[in-house]
Design a protein around this ligand. Structure first.
Ligand code: VGL
Ligand code: ZN
Length: 201
């Protein structure tokens, strides 16, 4: 029983999008090819209200990529992105949606960001994904998508914390900051996360 989690493959994270991840559209082909090799495919969708706390536009005098203190925790401020119901929030049309059994949305609470697909950033609320996966019999999770240094990374950390075995499909991930992602990758490897290429699946 192998499960593929397709993380935030949404228009706003594509080149030209509101929060473009360099080479973001490069994940689509390896993900589509990988889907056929899995028993279960689920996707996640960043899904913010327009007044979301992570948007720089909702903080007077702040710019995108500024870092603020939010309830004692660091919060990076982003350009408005993945606004509920917008074109930018849609999953990329090139993704083989027919194979995606469920889509888990996150970041809907205006008060708190949610990089991980399992919990919000303060670990106060679950999205239900971990319970869904357990009920489906999933133990081994494979991940690809965007962005490697944010939502993919934090989803992996939470998945490890929930006892899942995690493998990253390397060529199906792109990061906002490659240098930061390189360090995070090392940390994940040290925690037992495997990195494979889609051709090896
Ligand atoms: C993401 C920043 C803000 C992501 C989502 O999907 O990695 N990054 N919201
Ligand atoms: Zn977001």
């Amino acid at each position: 029983m192998r499960t593929l989690i397709v993380v935030d493959v949404q228009n706003d994270f594509m080149p030209g999008g509101a929060l473009a991840v360099p080479g973001g559209d490069g994940v689509i082909e390896p993900l589509n090819r990988a889907m056929g090799r899995f028993d279960l495919v689920v996707a996640t969708q960043d899904w913010h209200p327009p007044d979301h706390v992570s948007f720089a536009s909702n903080h007077k005098g702040k710019e995108p990529f500024d870092i603020i203190d939010l309830h004692g925790k660091e919060q990076t401020l982003w350009p408005d992105h993945c606004v509920q119901g917008s074109q930018g929030a849609e999953l990329h049309a090139g993704l083989e949606e027919a194979r995606i059994e469920a889509v888990f949305r996150k970041g809907m609470d205006r008060e708190i960001d949610s990089y991980s697909a399992l919990y919000d950033n303060a670990h106060l609320k679950t999205t239900g994904l971990a319970g869904y996966l357990r009920e489906k019999g999933s133990r081994e999770l494979y991940l690809g998508g965007l962005a490697g240094d944010f939502c993919v990374y934090f989803t992996i950390k939470d998945a490890l914390g929930e006892g899942f075995a995690v493998t990253v499909i390397e060529d199906a991930v792109r990061a906002i900051d490659d240098e930061a992602y390189g360090k995070l990758k090392q940390e994940l490897q040290d925690k037992g996360v495997r990195f494979v290429l889609s051709g090896e699946l």
